[in-house]
Design a protein around this ligand. Structure first.
Ligand SMILES: [Zn+2]
Length: 114
């Protein structure tokens, strides 16, 4: 139960700390990345509190996590506005999706090490 609460609380805290002027939109995108857990539907049983999601579910594997890191970092390099500070809207959203997925993986991983 605490684990699920963290999937909501951590994105809100990160959005407030890093994206203060647009924190609501940022928190929405970060929380929406929980949709990555739809890959649990491929497992039987789809939920097992004793199972470590990292490395088990397809969207929780190392290649996927590398992709999430690229999604987080690449918009910072190629998504800058030409005439003003900040990222273009699509780049900002992709950056947040990558960040949300990395936060999600970190929280899931924290469940694997207890
Ligand atoms: Zn997950």
């Amino acid at each position: 139960m605490i684990h699920i609460a963290l999937h909501f609380a951590v994105p809100v805290v990160v959005a407030l700390a890093v994206y203060r002027s647009r924190w609501r939109r940022a928190a929405f995108v970060l929380i929406a990345t929980m949709l990555v857990d739809l890959d649990h539907l491929l497992a039987n049983p789809f939920y097992d509190p004793e199972r470590c999601s990292i490395g088990f579910h397809p969207l929780h594997t190392l290649p996927a996590i590398v992709l999430y890191a690229l999604l987080f970092a690449l918009p910072l390099v190629v998504g800058r506005k030409a005439d003003a500070p900040g990222l273009r809207p699509a780049a900002w959203t992709l950056h947040l999706i990558g960040l949300g997925l990395l936060i999600h993986m970190a929280l899931d991983w924290s469940d694997c090490i207890r």
